[in-house]
Design a protein around this ligand. Structure first.
Ligand SMILES: [Zn+2]
Length: 129
């Protein structure tokens, strides 16, 4: 197996005015650096599979810093941090861009898609899906 390495060549001036090349070789030993090329390929494949602006928006939102911090909150009821099962189901479905229910017509007359995002913006939508 070939050990991945990165080589840099920097040029430093010497007193005579010419440049002296210095080669710096870094041997990659962290697992994350081994995984990174494959993850980048997978990331591009996922991004190219987005067929709508909605899916792309979801993907970009999940890549934002701290977008998954809510998953790290300890479920302490006294502090109001415990989510009901239904809230977790909806949050995960929105994050994964999966279907929450079947398409139907909202009380406001708009068509509600299976993704359920209309319920996030409509004041007439019921509290539950
Ligand atoms: Zn509505």
């Amino acid at each position: 197996m070939v050990t991945p390495t990165i080589a840099y060549i920097n040029y430093f001036p010497n007193p005579s005015g010419s440049l002296i090349p210095r080669v710096k070789i870094i041997i990659i030993i962290k697992q994350s650096s081994w995984d990174r090329p494959g993850l980048l390929v997978d990331s591009v494949a996922v991004e190219e599979s987005c067929t709508s602006p909605f899916q792309r928006a979801i993907l970009l939102a999940t890549r934002a810093p701290h977008s998954g911090d809510w998953l790290l909150a300890p479920p302490i009821t006294a502090c109001g941090l415990r989510l009901e099962d239904e809230a977790v189901r909806i949050a995960v479905a929105l994050r994964l861009c999966s279907e929450l229910g079947s398409p139907h017509t909202c009380r406001c007359g708009s068509l509600v898609e299976a993704t359920g995002v209309h319920g996030l913006v409509c004041k007439q939508a019921p509290a539950e899906l």
